[in-house]
Design a binder for this molecule. Sequence first.
Ligand SMILES: Nc1nc2c(ncn2[C@@H]2O[C@H](COP(=O)(O)OP(=O)(O)OP(=O)(O)O)[C@@H](O)[C@H]2O)c(=O)[nH]1
Length: 531
Amino acid sequence: MALSFIKKVFTFGKPAEEPVPAAVERELEPRSRDEDLPVADDPVLAEEMDTAGGPAADIDEGGVEAAVADDDVESAILPAADQLSDLGVVPLSLLEAEAAVEVQAEIQAPVDIVAGIPPSVPPGHLPHKGGDHLETDAPEQPDDLEDVIEKLTEEIPTEPEEIPAEDNVGLESSSQPISPPVGEMPGRAEGGSPAAEPKPQSPVLPKGFATGPKVVEPEPVVLQPKLSWFQRLRNGLARTSSQLTGQITALFTKRKLDDETLQDLEDLLIQADLGVETAMRVTDTLASERYGKDVTGEDVTRIMASEIAKVLKPVAKPLQLDLSHKPHVILVVGVNGTGKTTTIGKLAAKLSGAGLKVMLAAGDTFRAAAIEQLKIWADRTKSEFIGTKLGADAAGLAYDAFEQAKAKKCDVLIVDTAGRLQNKAELMAELEKIVRVLGKLDPDAPHTVLQTLDATTGQNALSQVEIFRNVAGVNGLIMTKLDGTARGGILVAISAKHKLPVYFIGVGEGVEDLEPFEAEDFAHAIAGLGQ
Ligand SMILES: Nc1nc2c(ncn2[C@@H]2O[C@H](COP(=O)(O)OP(=O)(O)OP(=O)(O)O)[C@@H](O)[C@H]2O)c(=O)[nH]1
């Protein structure tokens, strides 16, 4: 009977629907039943015990716990330990046995012996379900309880054993703790304490796998070399220049310069937004120098760059500030979205960076975002800011701004305005009013009327200058968004037609992406040539 109890103690966990067959049970039964503990829920044993009139007869149905309670447990375990050596099983400690009895009472089903296998058994030799695992190499068993406990204390290691690298195929490092295969983990704590939580063990992974959190490699810090303005200009105009030079090269591959090629070139330059005037200048010069001769694409681009520079030179002027005005008033006009507010921010950065006191006035009272955007630029550039509520009179705001800028002794006042070409009449009336109101405080104000032009709008920019020049008296231009467009040639056409000063050009949204307009640089960049 002790043996059957011990078997139950050591075999908890087997599915309840697979009870050990009675025949096997009997085969495993080498001792007198008088020394065994009763197992009330084992029908075979219960029947035999009843017949023999043994202790089972004294135990009621709930009786496993009662039978193994207190001092009886010790006497019940001891003889069982004796018998286990025959079975190749290392017995558990007393405490483990108690815990197991509790589990047994709950699950009421016999299962394989797993917990009793010494940890030194390699994973490949761990017992499987079924009786054959009982033949696993087992250490000799001691005779009494002290010896059992002593033996257990010696044999149950507190740390996982290490195995040599050569036995550890598939592991990432050369030495790993032994882990039983997943699904055969012993259901008790190391060191023999049933109360202790089992230490989490890493599963043995096949070669090529690793555990642990994913290691994210930091992005390598690539230090971008600071580009010169010309390099940035060339980069910005790359689309314009590559389209232009590509077409010119294609046109002049193995062709002599004749009337037909000249006409083709003229058409090509006009299509590239350079304007009729500049296109004719280029073809005339080319014809006078190379007519009837072989011409390469490079010959043509050099002549083109030279002619463009001649057109641009007269308009490439610095923005003249008359600081005796205190403030010099700059009114910024232009169609919606052409870059007025951004350009004001960039100008303010340059001026306050040079030590001038700047005030920004949010005269675009149509758009809340425009007011907010200008305020941000004022903060960034440490400029004074004046704004009003949405929909307020822009002329009134311009007047207040001028007064405040005078009172604060600002060097420069820059007034933003709304751009609404579709509401042309209303827009123009408002602009006229702003100019008029500013003139009341200083007959020369606004001292500069700057128009921003978006290069991506191409030919449309020509007519925009026409309109704003007439209404607001535009006397200077800034072309924005030359980066990323193939229509940079429009600046040449505008310069040739309107002959208005071009003060700055913008090649990006960043504060540093606005630079004074230089005729030679622009001409070379648009032709894809070096400086
Ligand atoms: N790529 C590029 N974008 C620019 C440049 N200048 C301005 N922008 C962008 O163009 C957009 C419109 O610019 P804004 O300054 O708001 O234009 P705005 O004329 O004030 O517009 P409204 O206030 O609506 O009249 C913004 O996204 C700017 O960042 C430039 O030179 N290059």
